[in-house]
Write a protein that binds this ligand. Structure first.
Ligand code: C2E
Ligand code: MG
Ligand code: MG
Ligand code: MG
Length: 290
């Protein structure tokens, strides 16, 4: 009987699974080293006001500067970090480091900008989050920070998430619903959460040239958001046609490769000082050009 059990367990626990587990464990320990040794960095992607063409803020996007493998994108490590508590530490670092960058830009006279950070659903379970927010915002108005959350925050522990968001709101921090339209119950979230901003997912923006249906979805979401007193940001703006369409239909703000790719934090002061990102965007947003 013991021999049979051994055989069975061999079936359920094969070599490939052992390889996967050992890879996951290796990644986990590499990620902890990365946190301890400061291997993460931020890229900041500009957001522009569509009416004025003014650069009004940045979204912080995290990358892992791996000592051997180079720059690693967030989809390769965020999911693993979300399995445990490493995401708490990373998430707090993104907030404090991101705000330090914003502070540095202001001190250098390069402008006053708002920072948006992505928050994992798991981070609402971080009992240090709210204290961290208020500590990071001590010398700055709370509305310089925006939390981008996705619709899955309410799947687990929705009461906790709503209460954390309320406390963030009390600090002046704004909340954006990211990837809007891709989740399961987008509309009910709009009623349940203290949301200030809707970020229209780029999967709706991309087909607006070819598909009338997509155009209807985009314009209806913009109208709905405005009726609810919310601000709309379009993500993934890649062509001038996208931009023209969004501007025509009163979308408030836009972000995307056409206007600017995410910029390495170390290059940002130079890029801003040269005025390149502002010039390029205002060319596109100039009414004469459109
Ligand atoms: P997201 O929050 O929806 O971020 C937008 C993603 O779209 C970014 O990818 C950005 O580089 C990309 N993007 C921006 N403009 C365009 C465009 O015009 N076309 C296309 N095709 N893509 C565009 P990235 O940096 O790889 O980030 C992917 C996702 O990883 C983010 O999606 C966000 O969910 C997550 N993420 C990034 N940074 C953090 C973080 O600090 N914490 C957490 N929890 N998640 C993060
Ligand atoms: Mg985002
Ligand atoms: Mg998004
Ligand atoms: Mg998206």
């Amino acid at each position: 009987a013991a021999k049979d059990e051994g055989k069975n367990s061999f079936h359920f626990f094969n070599d490939q699974m052992l390889i996967d587990i050992s890879k996951a464990l290796e990644l986990e320990s590499e990620l902890q080293t990365a946190l301890d040794n400061d291997q993460f960095c931020l890229f900041l992607q500009p957001k522009y006001c569509l009416e004025s063409g003014v650069l009004d803020g940045f979204e912080a996007l995290v990358r892992w500067r791996h000592p051997e493998k180079g720059l690693i994108m967030p989809n390769h490590f965020i999911p693993q970090m979300e399995q445990g508590e490493m995401i708490f530490q990373l998430g707090r670092w993104v907030i404090s480091h991101g705000l330090n960058i914003i502070r540095g830009l202001e001190r250098s006279g390069l402008g006053q900008f708002k920072l948006a950070v992505n928050l994992s659903a798991r981070q609402f379970c971080d009992d240090k989050l709210v204290d961290h927010l208020s500590a990071c915002l001590q010398d700055m108005p709370g509305d310089r920070l925006e939390l981008e959350i996705t619709e899955n925050v309410l799947i687990h522990n929705s009461e906790l998430a709503a209460s954390v968001m309320k406390q963030a709101n009390d600090l002046g921090v704004t909340v954006a619903l990211d990837d809007f339209g891709t989740g399961y119950s987008s509309l009910s979230y709009l009623r349940q959460l203290p949301v200030d901003v809707i970020k229209l997912d780029r999967s709706f923006i991309a087909p607006t040239n070819e598909s009338e249906e997509s155009r209807h979805i985009v314009t209806s979401v913009i109208d709905l958001a405005h009726k609810l007193n919310k601000y709309v940001v379009a993500e993934g703006v890649e062509t001038q046609e996208h931009l023209l369409f969004l501007k025509e239909h009163n979308c408030d703000s836009a972000q995307g490769f056409l206007l600017s790719r995410p910029i390495d934090e170390h290059e940002l002061p130079d890029v801003l000082a040269k005025g390149d990102v502002q010039k390029k965007a205002s060319n596109y947003l100039n009414a004469d050009v459109l």
